[in-house]
Each structure stands twice: as structure tokens, then as C-alpha cells.
Design a protein around this ligand. Structure first.
Ligand code: DGL
Length: 274
């Protein structure tokens, strides 16, 4: 029997930015991470289709027969936007957390001029999740959202330093500069990999990465859980395992050292973790 684990998922490598923060916040808990690379990017897909993927992955983690899932973190903004309440309603006794609420809270706390920018995928912008959450926190905050469809493919390809990345970043930052926001939410978990570029191009903004506040929230919820001194993690992909391994080697070699890389596959609407 395997040790109890925390389930985390995203469409690809983006959610590993959240895993990185989680390993500091809950260092004693084994993490099972699912990268749904068979379907990356999620951002331009119909929201119902994304909800199906997110619910299918959550189900595979929460209803796992070989080990107990002590919580799920949707390390994916678009999944958090469209699937969080459905999964929470189905599993009321297990903590299920997303990244939108912690990201919005952090941004509302940081802004000085009340003007917040959101960089996100098309689907997250379309869902209105950040706008609604920010307005619930503070009704007079002005929110400017920019869909950044080129970013996820750039990060999945490891092309953060390319000219294409620079051009896309200039294009997406421009409207935020024009609207004089002071705080920018990275509303997609792939975007923190582009932070050095964004900071270089628009250093005047405070950039909010929801990963840290999300991990803090998870730490508070799971603080009472039993301790495992040196947890081993499982990193699943629904895509090519060799390519995923190479991405991990480049992005998070430390995590790779304490993890097993495994495959997962979709069978109809169900996800099977091998
Ligand atoms: N990284 C995910 C998000 O935060 C999904 C990105 C995508 O696949 O489009 O929204």
C-alpha cells in the first residue's frame, strides 16, 4: 500500500511551479502530479471540454484504489475557474483547492492604485473567474484581462528565451501599460517561467504568482497530517514519457531526483494512472 498523497494537476509542466511551492509548504507529503499533455494547451478549448478533463483527473486522484488522496490542488487556472466547485461538491470531505482565489487575494492586497492586470489563457479570461473573484474581494478594483495564447506553447517547447517569446510578451504587456495597472496576476501556471522576460520588459509592475499563496493555503489545511521524512513523488503524463522526462530535467532536476516519472492514459472520459 502506498503512502497517502496530495494530488496536483495541470495541462502540462506549468503546474510544476505550484509543486515547487508546495514542496516548501508541505515538505512531508508525497505529491502525485498529473500533466495532461495529451490535451495541452487547455486555454483555447471550450470550457465544458476543460471541465471534463479537470473532473476526470480529479476523479482518478480522489477515487484512487491504491493510496489515499488527502487533497487535490488544481494547479491550473482554467481548471480552477471551471471545475473547482463541481469537484468540491462531489468530495465535500477532502480539501480541493484552486489557484484563482489565492492569486486574487494576493493581488488585491498588493495593489496601490486599485488597477489590476490579469495575463491568462483565453478560456480563463472568458470564464470571468478573476474579474468576479477580485470584485467580490473589493468591488471598486478595476480589472484588465489580457489573453496570452502564445505563451503556453512557448513554455512547453522550452522557448522562453526566443524572439517569439519577446514579441508575444511585448504585445500582451502593452495594453496593461496603457491602462496603468500596478499589479499583474500571472493567471496561468505556465507563465512564471516567463517572469524574467516580463520583468525585463515591464519592470514597473508587481507580478503576482498564485503558486506561493496557494501553497500557503494548502499548508494551513493539511498542517495536521502525518509526517513522512523523505517523501517520493509520482509525476504522470498523458503524453510522451520521454519528452516529459527531458522537460523535468531542464526545469526541475531536484524534483526529478525524488520522483518516479510515469504514464497515465485516457480511456474514454476516465483517466487511468499506471
Ligand atoms: N497552466 C494552465 C492554466 O493555468 C493551463 C494552460 C493551458 O494549457 O492552456 O490555465
Amino acid at each position: 500500500v502506498s503512502a497517502p498523497f496530495l494530488g496536483v494537476f495541470d495541462s502540462g509542466v506549468g503546474g510544476l511551479t505550484v509543486v515547487h511551492a508546495l514542496r516548501k509548504a508541505v515538505p512531508h507529503i508525497p505529491i502525485w502530479y498529473v500533466a495532461d499533455q495529451a490535451h495541452v494547451p487547455y486555454g483555447g478549448r471550450p470550457l465544458d471540454e476543460v471541465r471534463g478533463f479537470a473532473c476526470g483527473i480529479s476523479e482518478a486522484l480522489l477515487a484512487n484504489a491504491t493510496a489515499e488522496c488527502v487533497g487535490v490542488v488544481m494547479a491550473c487556472n482554467i481548471s480552477s475557474a471551471v471545475a473547482l466547485s463541481a469537484v468540491q461538491a462531489k468530495y465535500p470531505h477532502v480539501p480541493v483547492l484552486g489557484v484563482v482565489e489565492p492569486g486574487a487575494q494576493a493581488a488585491a492586497h498588493h495593489t496601490r492604485n486599485g488597477r489590476i492586470g490579469v495575463m491568462a489563457t483565453e478560456g480563463t479570461v472568458q470564464s470571468g473567474a478573476y474579474r468576479q473573484t477580485l470584485h467580490r474581494i473589493a468591488p471598486d478594483i478595476e480589472v484588465y484581462e489580457v489573453a496570452c495564447p502564445a505563451f503556453v506553447p512557448i513554455v512547453e517547447a522550452g522557448a522562453e528565451g526566443s524572439e517569439a517569446a519577446r514579441e508575444a510578451a511585448c504585445l500582451y504587456l502593452h495594453p496593461l501599460e496603457a491602462h496603468d495597472v500596478d499589479t499583474v496576476i500571472l493567471g496561468c501556471t505556465h507563465y512564471p517561467f516567463l517572469l524574467p522576460l516580463l520583468r525585463r520588459l515591464s519592470p514597473q509592475f508587481v507580478y503576482i504568482d498564485p503558486a506561493e499563496p496557494t501553497a500557503e493555503a494548502v499548508g494551513q489545511v493539511l498542517s495536521s497530517l502525518g509526517v513522512q521524512s523523505a517523501p517520493r513523488h509520482r509525476l504522470f503524463t498523458t503524453g510522451d514519457v520521454g519528452a516529459f522526462h527531458a522537460q523535468l530535467e531542464r526545469l526541475f532536476p531536484d524534483l526529478l531526483l525524488v520522483s518516479e516519472v510515469k504514464s497515465a492514459r485516457w480511456d474514454g472520459g476516465l483517466l487511468v494512472l499506471d
